[in-house]
Design a protein around this ligand. Sequence first.
Ligand SMILES: [Zn+2]
Length: 344
Amino acid sequence: MRATLIYGAGDVRVETVPDPAIQQATDAVVRVLRGCICGSDLWPYASMPAVDHGNRIGHEFLGVVEDVGADVSGLRAGDLVVAPFVWADNTCDFCLEGLQTSCRHGGLWGRNGIDGGQGEAVRVPQAQGTLVKLPVGEDSALLPSLLTLSDVYPTGHHCAVTAGVSARTTVTVIGDGAVGLCAVLSAKRLGAERIILMGRHKDRTDLGVEFGATDVVAERGDGGVEKVLELTGGDGTHTVLECVGLKEAVVTAFAVVRAGGVVSRVGAPQYPEVPMDFGDFLRNITLTGGVAPARAYIEELLPDILEGTVDPSRVFDRTVDLDGVPDGYRAMAAREALKVIVAP
Ligand SMILES: [Zn+2]
């Protein structure tokens, strides 16, 4: 079959790789119907040192079960399934606490001989715990929305949930990428009435407004902080959802959070230290967030997608086939595309 490999910064190739097959009794093989490129794929695309043997890449996909191992129950060939961006048994103590990203028997796609999601098919370890059946057909118009359950939508939701967003809280979302926009959608869904979106790409913040943002702040740094404080009577907001991962964003987050408030970060941090100083201590600021256990949220988020009350697929603005994946990376890195969907 064909799949995507990354050989270093700016070097993504689609090549022929071995066909996946059942290796463990807990495996399944899934033929990919839709995958996509993640903002976090852009970090190695920007900076990975060159390697001789490429690494498989892609961690978001949905598809059709083709084969299951002897120990997999509840799934059979022909089922349409979505995979969260970390595979997990869904039975260990961490999984039962809703922290499937720390599963004792889980792992990441594209590492240690595990297939990546940007390819024609995937061997899924711990298939019974990892995969979630979807009650739609291969030709469903909902496939793009359902694909967001792999990562981007649960990540935005996790940010809002860990921040404690509710009808009582005001919200600032930092970042107008796909995760930031899904954080807006999630904050709105959890009842927030005031959602300030910080982002400077107008087409993206326009979508943020449709997702529920009540105010948009295009300025960054001190200017952006000043604007948010102005909008909140000088206090800042109860919750701040940091969806970028750069130091400037987390510094802004602490500057716009209200005393007693919560900063939640789901942007993969590209900085070694969090600047929480004595001033933040005096203001009783909580820092939370982290990698989203997407598997924990899929059943909860699925019904709204099936009913059409939310449409997170709007974060996708370009579709490519497998041959188009390298150009998809280029387009996302150049900010020409917000999020690229892959239809192998
Ligand atoms: Zn587990």
